[in-house]
Design a protein around this ligand. Structure first.
Ligand SMILES: [Zn+2]
Length: 91
């Protein structure tokens, strides 16, 4: 498989997706994204929880993508096998 399934899983703003515009207070109980001004009043913990949900979704979509590709490959394999062998005998 040539496709690259790697995706970034660093903490990202759930609104704008930026990972580089976070402003924390001293004990990280308050986080603000300076790009879209989204405030995380639960701090880093809230941000992490939201990201985990996002990552879970992403993993699910990657899994789906992979199995779709595998299914496609298998179909092609079968098609080619049948095409090259018109007189298949089943035992
Ligand atoms: Zn943002």
């Amino acid at each position: 498989m040539k496709k690259n399934y790697n995706r970034s899983i660093s903490l990202r703003c759930v609104v704008c997706g930026s990972a580089d515009h976070f402003e924390y207070n001293d004990d990280k109980t308050y986080v603000k994204c300076t790009l879209c001004n989204r405030e995380y009043l639960g701090g880093q913990e809230e941000l992490q929880e939201m990201n985990e949900a996002m990552i879970t979704e992403e993993v699910e979509s990657i899994k789906e993508e992979v199995s779709k590709d595998v299914a496609k490959e298998l179909t092609e394999m079968f098609k080619q096998a049948f095409r090259g062998n018109k007189h298949i005998k089943f035992r």
